[in-house]
Each structure stands twice: as structure tokens, then as C-alpha cells.
Design a binder for this molecule. Structure first.
Ligand code: NAD
Length: 378
């Protein structure tokens, strides 16, 4: 397997490309043969010529690309396995917990499926981690978006006409996105408070100059992979009550709280948002996995009767597609380099490799990923 085809993205609102010319060049030098669908990089300013200069062949249509490919790469999951042939490997993000049917279709079609968001969160795999690379940018952009929508500035400003107090920002969930949101909000001069259920986060919040809100939820913690453990309904209720006053006093609330493979916890109820100040802005970055904020929508902004705006903050990295593509492409390149086999001079699926075991969902006509196997069967 060494013929790689980069597809042009078709999802509405998608602005990124899964490979950029500099990484095509590096993979080409390694021994991969790359083909690129015409126009795949246009949204980030890379014309077909640049890919060709990096060593890629240009395919006019997806079908043309599929015909001579062993491996297909793209950012978003495709509509289905149509056009792909048995024995091929498809690499993209896949949202495996919500796509049981599609996983079954890929298995039945004999296509190997790699879901990039399932790559383990280990030090070795960090350079392939699309969740980290994309969510850092999304966290940064969430603050810019909220700042642009807020009817006041973020920093304190003292002028002869008076002193403006800094905006108050509350960030709930301090993983990859939350940390970048804190750093960005601090740089812009806001007063920042944050909370996360993982106790180790307190030091990270403080090191960024923000205040960590302490809420006694009893037993919490994280999984081996570093993800938060799910709270009980009682713990969530305690959290809501403790957060209500802070939300009411905040100009911006950004929620990023997720529990891997499960529905996001509902942390801001209607009662809580009703207490917030007119003009306040909430960004719910967990909107796609159920939402942290009651009433948030992935389809657009919701303005409440009290003048609070709730923005469904899904896919915010798409607003900075240049950097998001560079990072995503670097992640794919690292993945392809890791599984390059010098002996056969090709990509080799190593079933003993923890990274491969973590992200290979289907292979050889079967669902091979333990956790997905259970959910497809169920
Ligand atoms: P995520 O997107 O699953 O969750 C975002 C944040 O929400 C997490 O910090 C989580 O603790 C928090 N959260 C969940 N429920 C909450 C609640 N009720 N209230 C408040 N916060 C809540 O996680 P992520 O951002 O992708 O990553 C989380 C962590 O994983 C990282 O901070 C890091 O420790 C670890 N990680 C490790 C590596 C590695 O290479 N070792 C790479 C990436 C991430």
C-alpha cells in the first residue's frame, strides 16, 4: 500500500484540506505515490500546480483518484463506501460512536477504516492527534468569535473619558480547547475563570494566570487516556448550582466539556441562562455531542428573551482553515510515516501497534475495533 489519494472535501462549510503540498513532498520523498483531486487545496490557497510541483498527480474526479489508490485520505467521513474498492484503506475522522450503520457498510465492502479521532492520546501518537491539533485552534477561535459578538471590549481600558472594566469570561472544561481559550482570553485582557472535573487541571489554569473555580463534586478523575470520567446526575446538579452565580456574572461563557464516546453533560440549564446579563455570549463547543447548554443549536445562533446569545460552536477550526489544514496534514503525514515499512517500501498495517489497534475500525470485511464491535452489535 503506497498509492495515496487526497480527496477534495464536500461537506457543507468545510474549508480545510487533509494534505498540504509540503507534506505531499515529504511523503513523496519517502516513497509514497500521491494523487490529489483537482481543487482539493483551493480553499486554503494551494492550486493544483503546487501539489504537482510537490510530486503529486492530479485527478479530475474522485473516481479517477480511487481507481489508482490503495489509501484514501480526507478530513470528513465520506457519504459511504461508494466508489472505494475492497482492500483499500480509508483514513479520515469518522465520528464512530454515531455512525454504526456506516461502519457496517465499510466492513461489508471490505474497506479498511481508520478513524483519526480514535488515535490513542499517548506521547508517541501526539503528532498524529487531530483532536489536539484541531481543538486548539477551535478554542482560540471561540474567544475571538465571542469577543466580536460581545457589546463590550475584553481588556480594561483607562482613558480621559473613564475606565472600562475588563470582560469576565468563564470557561467550563479545560482540555485542549479550554486551555487555548484561556490563553487567548488572557492575551486579550479579559478576567478569566475556569472549571474542570479533572483535579490536575487546576495547576494548568493557574499557570495561565486564570482563576480555578473549586467545586466539591466528590469522586471525579480521569481515564487512562486522560479523558474525564462521566459524572453522576447528582454531581452534575451540584456543579450546575455552583456555576450558576459565576455564569450570571460573566460576559462570556465558553463550554467545552465532553466525555469521550458519550453524550456531553448538560451544564447550563434554561434557568441558569435566564439569569445572565443582556448582551452576554455563550459558546457551546460540545453542541454536536448533545450540548453543554440547554437550547444551543449546531445550525445557528439562538438569542434568548433576555438578550443572551447562545452560539453552537462546532467546527470552529474551519474558520482558520490555513493553520487547521497545516496541522491536520502534519497529523496524517506522521501517521503515514509511522506505518511506513522500509522492507516492503510501503504502508504496513501492524496489528500489534497500539496506535493502529486504537484507530483501525474495520478490516478484512469485519469490524475489528473492540469498542465499535460492541456498539455495532448493540
Ligand atoms: P475532551 O474534549 O474529551 O473534554 C474537554 C474537557 O472537558 C476535558 O478537560 C474534560 O475533563 C472536561 N469535562 C468533562 N466533563 C466535565 C464537566 N462536567 N465539567 C467540566 N469539565 C468537564 O478532552 P480533550 O480536551 O480532548 O483532552 C482532555 C485531556 O486529555 C487533555 O487535557 C490531556 O490531559 C489529555 N490528552 C493527552 C494527550 C497525550 O498525548 N498524552 C493528548 C491529548 C490530550
Amino acid at each position: 500500500m503506497k498509492r495515496v489519494f487526497l480527496c477534495k472535501e464536500t461537506a457543507v462549510g468545510e474549508t480545510r484540506a487533509a494534505l498540504v503540498p509540503s507534506d505531499v513532498k515529504a511523503l513523496d520523498a519517502m516513497g509514497y505515490e500521491i494523487a490529489v483531486q483537482s481543487g482539493a487545496g483551493l480553499s486554503i490557497g494551494h492550486a493544483d500546480d503546487e501539489y504537482a510541483a510537490a510530486g503529486a498527480k492530479i485527478a479530475g474526479t474522485p473516481q479517477e483518484g480511487y481507481q489508482s489508490a490503495d489509501i484514501v485520505v480526507r478530513i470528513n467521513k465520506p457519504e459511504g463506501p461508494k466508489g472505494l474498492a475492497a482492500g483499500m484503506l480509508h483514513i479520515s475522522s469518522f465520528d464512530v460512536f454515531n455512525e454504526k450503520e456506516a461502519i457496517g457498510e465499510f466492513a461489508a465492502a471490505g474497506i479498511g477504516l481508520v478513524s483519526l479521532e480514535m488515535i490513542p492520546r499517548t506521547t508517541l501518537a501526539q503528532k498524529m492527534d487531530i483532536q489536539s491539533s484541531q481543538m486548539s485552534l477551535a478554542g482560540y477561535y471561540a474567544v475571538l468569535l465571542a469577543a466580536a459578538r460581545l457589546p463590550k471590549i475584553l481588556p480594561m481600558m483607562t482613558t480621559p473619558s473613564g475606565t472600562i472594566s475588563p470582560a469576565k469570561i468563564f470557561i467550563i472544561g479545560v482540555g485542549v480547547a479550554g486551555l487555548q481559550a484561556i490563553a487567548t482570553a488572557k492575551r486579550l485582557g479579559a478576567r478569566v475563570e475556569a472549571f474542570d472535573t479533572r483535579p490536575e487541571v487546576e495547576e494548568q489554569v493557574k499557570s495561565l494566570g486564570a482563576k480555578f473555580i473549586k467545586i466539591d463534586l466528590g469522586q471525579t478523575g480521569s481515564t487512562e487516556q486522560g479523558y474525564a470520567k462521566e459524572l453522576t446526575p447528582e454531581q452534575i446538579e451540584i456543579q450546575r448550582q455552583a456555576q450558576a452565580k459565576i455564569c450570571a456574572g460573566s460576559d462570556i461563557v465558553i463550554t467545552t466539556a465532553k466525555v469521550f464516546g458519550r453524550k456531553a453533560p448538560l451544564l447550563l440549564t434554561k434557568d441558569m441562562t435566564a439569569q445572565m446579563k443582556p448582551g452576554s455570549v455563550i459558546i457551546d463547543m460540545a453542541v454536536k455531542t448533545g450540548g453543554n447548554v440547554e437550547g444551543s443549536s449546531p445550525d445557528g445562533d439562538v438569542v434568548l428573551d433576555n438578550g443572551v446569545t447562545i452560539i453552537g460552536g462546532d467546527g470552529l477550526e474551519r474558520f482558520v482553515p490555513k493553520d487547521a489544514s497545516d496541522m491536520f496534514s502534519g497529523n496524517i503525514r506522521a501517521f503515514l510515516e509511522h506505518f511506513w515499512d522500509d522492507e516492503s517500501k510501503a504502508f504496513k498495517i501492524d496489528f500489534e501497534d497500539d496506535i493502529m489497534r486504537g484507530c483501525l475500525i474495520t478490516y478484512g470485511g469485519k469490524v475489528v475495533h473492540g469498542r465499535c464491535l460492541k456498539s455495532v452489535a448493540g
